[in-house]
Design a protein around this ligand. Sequence first.
Ligand code: UT7
Length: 340
Amino acid sequence: MALVGCGSAVPAATITNLDLSARVDTSDEWIRSRTGIGARRVAGPGETVTSLATAAGQAALDHAGWRAEDLDLILLATSSPDDLFGTAPRVQGALGACNAVAFDLTAACSGFLFSLITAAQYIGSAGMRRVLVIGADQLSRWVDWDDRSTCVLFGDGAGAVAVQACPAAENGLLAFRMRSDGSRNGCLTLAQSTQHRPLVAGLSAQVGGFTPIHMNGQEVYKFAVREVPAVLAELLEASGVAAEQLDWLLLHQANQRILDAVAERFAVPNTRVLSNLASYGNTSAATIPLMLDEAVRDGRVRPGHLLASSGFGAGLSWGGALVRWSGPQIDASLPSAVAA
Ligand code: UT7
């Protein structure tokens, strides 16, 4: 498959570190030095996962030069859906993508990468030709705003990438890996919280909602700096690509120290590590496409560039992909020979 368009959308309101330090016992200095985060966007009235994902998706369609009705599939990576039955169909309806099947994929901060890889499988084996892959999260709904250890980290946003079937020679997904370790699930959760409500004699139902995000930051940090380099090293070796050949590291934006540690492991200079943590913090499933869109639009990422990407987070889940950015095709018609 080829990556031919991208788009993103963020809420209007910004909350700075200074704003937060008026609310919880923290400081701009602590947040910046420990995470690299300077501000984050928080959804206001009328802004939802659906609205952000739709805006990002529309921008990616426009960039690719596609009409919504040309889409075969919309994959929405989100862990904060507007509707637990699925938010992707709302996005499909809002875009007017009447010929596309649409569904959610939940894998927290690995969700976008897992969705991109999933899109390739549908293109390769199910004859789908145009797919919109969106990562969108509104974790501000699920953060405990009185917990300084987590509320400074997260922000809201959405990003999208348009991918299409292409001849094998133009394939933009060179290699990938996906991993899960549920034995460490408790390190990072947004878990259900239920109460028993009596229904009839001897029988009760579990009713309730979800508890705010809980994270063992140090454990997740150690996990990330161990597993992300390992999965990327595996990918480079399997595909015969040397780290020097990478144009960019496009990692999940969780902590600048994690980005730096991964870059150091591969001797990739800081100038080739994409980071927008200072502006947006950790937007969960949105970080990778949001970062890609910014870098494509300001001209850093150009057609033909090779990127090593990795998503990691709750699950625990993680994965990596070597991708080549194609950019909008001058001739938007699809070839007859296709490859995933
Ligand atoms: O997207 C999903 C993946 N998530 C991640 O990758 C997150 C990975 N983890 C991290 O990025 C880091 O662990 C954090 C940024 C979350 C925390 O940084 P840390 O260097 O691991 O700090 P810590 O948890 O070890 O806490 C150090 C101290 C503690 O105080 P004491 O016990 O040493 O007195 C915390 O209570 O910092 C304190 N602390 C804060 N102080 C000021 C925790 N949060 C804050 C805060 N402001 N916001």
